[in-house]
Write a protein of this length. Structure first.
Length: 383
């Protein structure tokens, strides 16, 4: 089955009792057993819930994976994945990272004895020097947040395989419609469903998708033992959002291209980071591993001051100044003081998150209106 058909149908059968075409919201904590231990496959909703199961099956299908697990947030998914490691284990992570991922690594799991290396992976071979007998996982985000760097998933997967370590990919920015890391050799895909997958800025959820049975078993055990689950209503909303994922991603990418092309020509703009440009340093890798280039764009102003950037954010009328990304509505953010405020200034400037960097999540409104909005905001600030 192709993507669009899976998005709408995978995991979703008409409800067996009524024929309802939409998977019901099974708002229940427990399930009646005929006799102790004799039940219909469900016992307690921390462990399983049918609405959640439908979403898990659907997500596994979209990522071409065997198993899916859903969590109360993207970070809860990462938390459970990190719990599979032991003190002394080492993880090599790409260095341009979602702020919350950097925070859970350095402020939570470092404290429990995991060791993290943050590496510029634009050349995958730079990973090799950090691999040792304690290395257990390579962790990447691509496109990266917020610099839109592209990491070659297949090249990193080859290094991971050769050294017998896991490759985990945070696929939030691309969504499975634009990129399927498991097909490129990754072992584990993590999502913040909050973003493109649910797509309507109305839920916080996460997921892990993978093929390995033993690791799935371990993750399910940890999830059940520690409890970070989503509620059934949120699962329903995510399933509903996914039905249009392919349509939305086409439009996000189309609008992203138009906005990026507008910005790159604007005299007040110094740099535009978008992997669809043929001048992007890893454009050829992006073209190889992504179906389209998405609607995430970062740019900086020639007038490179924190206050100038913040002024632009206060002048937009359609773009909303907010954290998050991937919803149908366009958002604008200032990484240095918003999403990446938890990363020290020296660290963030090393990867290019300067004071004037502005990040856009281009929505699916009319592209002409979005461009006009950015134009008036930039021109009212930079004269
Ligand atoms: C938002 C985000 C997360 C965290 O997900 P939550 O659902 O907010 O917990 C992880 N990775 C990336 C790339 C994100 O954008």
């Amino acid at each position: 089955m192709k993507f669009a058909t899976k998005a709408i149908h995978a995991g979703q059968e008409p409800d067996p009792t009524t024929g309802a075409i939409m998977t019901p919201i099974y708002q229940t904590s427990t399930y009646v057993q005929e006799r102790p231990g004799v039940h219909k496959g469900y016992e307690y909703s921390r462990t399983h819930n049918p609405t959640r199961t439908a979403l898990e099956v659907n997500l596994a299908a979209l990522e071409n994976g065997k198993h899916g697990l859903c969590f109360g947030s993207g970070l809860a998914a990462m938390d459970v994945l990190l719990k599979t490691f032991a003190p002394g284990d080492e993880i090599i992570s790409s260095n341009d990272l979602y702020g919350g991922s950097y925070r859970i690594f350095t402020k939570v799991y470092a404290h429990y004895g995991l060791k993290f290396h943050f590496v510029d992976m634009e050349d995958a071979n730079s990973i090799n020097q950090y691999i040792n007998k304690n290395t257990k996982m390579i962790w990447i985000e691509t496109p990266t947040n917020p610099m839109m760097n592209i990491i070659d998933i297949a090249a990193v997967a080859a290094i991971a395989k050769k050294n017998n370590v896991l490759l985990g990919v945070d696929n939030t920015f691309a969504s499975p419609y634009l990129q399927t890391p498991l097909d490129l050799g990754a072992d584990v895909v993590v999502h913040s469903l909050t973003k493109y997958i649910a797509g309507h800025s109305d839920v916080i959820m996460g997921a892990i998708i993978l093929n390995d049975d033993a690791l799935t078993e371990k993750l399910r055990f940890l999830q059940n033992a520690t409890g970070p689950i989503p509620g059934p209503q949120d699962c329903f909303l995510a399933l509903r959002g996914i039905k249009t994922l392919h349509v939305r991603m086409d439009r996000h990418s189309e609008n992203g291209k138009k906005v990026a092309e507008f910005l790159v020509k604007h005299p007040a703009v110094s740099k535009v980071y978008w992997p669809g440009f043929s001048t992007h340093p890893n454009h050829s890798v992006a073209a190889k591993q992504m179906k389209q280039f998405g609607g995430m764009i970062s740019f900086s102003l020639k007038n490179d001051h924190l206050e100038t950037a913040r002024e632009v954010l206060s002048k937009v009328k359609i773009f909303a100044c907010a954290e998050s990304l991937g919803g149908v509505e366009s958002l604008i953010g200032h990484p240095a003081t918003m999403t990446h405020a938890s990363i020290p200034k020296e660290e963030r400037e090393k990867v290019g998150v300067t004071d004037s960097l502005i990040r856009l999540s281009v929505g699916i409104e009319d592209a002409d209106d979005l461009i006009a909005d950015l134009k008036q905001a930039i021109e009212s600030v930079v004269k």
